[in-house]
Design a protein around this ligand. Sequence first.
Ligand code: 5GP
Length: 131
Amino acid sequence: MSIFTKIAEGEIPSYKCAENEEFYAFLDINPLVKGHTLVIPRREVDYIFDMNDDELARFQVFAKQVAIAIKKAFPCIKVGQAVLGLEVPHAHIHLVPMQSEKDMNFRNEKLSLSAEEMQAIADKIYSEFVK
Ligand code: 5GP
């Protein structure tokens, strides 16, 4: 079982931002900026482009809904999207509220936020998420 499956199933704690039956969104534990969120399918699949067209389309639409919530919670120029998957072998989309392109540089030093700050960020996004 992947670490992200354990997160989606609540076996490992996470800061939940949004969910439906098929997908789950939670804060990246090492955020580039406040509001940096990961979106995953509950189904375990490593490589995003192994998803079939219908599942991938639903995944992208869910990520869009999460991005809309992030932008409301954390006003930004745009929410950037990236897929790397070099560290965790469970498909995930990074959503990053951007004030400039520099915010999408994954080599940047990550923010160190308290548990209270992380919870407040996740709650803010969750409250904006329209199911
Ligand atoms: P990638 O696979 O896209 O290269 O990187 C994995 C991302 O997942 C990283 O940004 C990392 O901070 C995040 N990450 C790794 N393990 C955990 C975890 O246990 N919980 C959370 N919330 N994020 C994680």
